[in-house]
Design a protein around this ligand. Structure first.
Ligand code: ADP
Ligand code: MG
Length: 262
């Protein structure tokens, strides 16, 4: 029973890239359990293996050793079962396609009927508050709106798991705050499981039910923090003692990883 609720489970997961000069240990003995409905953030400096971990979940990279399951399956089986939507750091929208045509692309590939496509596009745009922008081209939208469109594209085929790699990293803080609030609402409405990569401590603490602190050379997990914050979170929760306490622990974890290098 407990097994069924586990969306991502990693046991002693290792991945070493065979680079030309020397092998790179991108992930070393990662142990992590992501449960259904969790919002898990991965935080750590560049090169600590955050993107690599998402790519292993998505079957875009193969583990070197250890175990990883996605919805109880191998990553390859999960990919074939369309287990996840993936949101990249840059919106990666095709400039020659309208917003609706961009969102339709994966649906076309999956062979949805045009009626079904329209329904799913409308639903996904509604979830990210972009209804009415179907016929616009990406370059007619602000950076924040483009990123919302790429989230809509990842939501359109209704996978239960959303993988997001620094989706708001390139946006200014005000837009990011707004999108963080929106993302929490979307998460509450859809009950999805989210794996979210970020560089920002406030963003990680604000969004997450679980925070995975990582450290580079070799890439590894230094702390896993289960958040004590309620699921309902107004932005000003960031000034509460509970919030600051968790932020403090994240900072400590990041610092512990740093001292390892010296
Ligand atoms: P992050 O997303 O945390 O910045 P990455 O997962 O992208 O980190 O990278 C982890 C480590 O693996 C880094 O040292 C990076 O240079 C290395 N790396 C990533 N992809 C490759 C690759 N395809 N070949 C060789 N090394 C790689
Ligand atoms: Mg990365």
């Amino acid at each position: 029973m407990t097994q069924a609720a586990s969306v991502v489970s990693a046991k002693d997961l290792c991945l070493t890239y065979q680079a030309d000069d020397a092998p790179v240990q991108a992930l070393t003995n990662v142990n992590l359990d992501v449960r259904k409905g969790d919002f898990v953030s991965f935080i750590g400096p560049s090169g600590c293996g955050k993107t690599t971990f998402l790519r292993v979940i998505a079957d875009l990279e193969k583990k070197t050793s250890g175990e990883i399951t996605v919805n109880g399956m191998t990553p390859e089986e999960a990919r074939k079962a369309r287990a996840y939507g993936y949101v990249f750091q840059a919106p990666a929208l095709y400039p020659w396609r309208t917003i609706e045509k961009n969102i339709a692309l994966p649906l076309e590939i999956m062979g949805y009927s045009s009626v079904d496509q329209k329904k799913r596009i409308a639903g996904a745009l509604d979830l990210v508050n972009l209804s009415g922008f179907e016929k616009k081209f990406p370059w007619q939208l602000s950076g924040g709106m483009q990123q919302r469109a790429s989230i809509a594209r990842a939501l359109a085929f209704d996978a239960d798991l959303l993988l997001m790699d620094e989706p708001f990293g390139a946006l200014d803080e005000i837009v990011r705050d707004h999108l963080n609030e929106e993302l929490l609402k979307l998460w509450a409405r859809t009950n999805k499981t989210i794996c979210f990569v970020t560089h920002s401590i406030p963003e990680a603490v604000y969004l997450s039910t679980k925070i995975v602190v990582m450290s580079p050379r070799p890439g590894r997990v230094t702390d896993i923090i289960d958040s004590t914050l309620p699921r309902e979170r107004p932005l000003d929760i960031r000034e509460t003692p509970e919030f600051l306490e968790i932020a403090h622990r994240v900072r400590d974890g990041l610092r512990a990883g740093h001292s390892y290098e010296h």
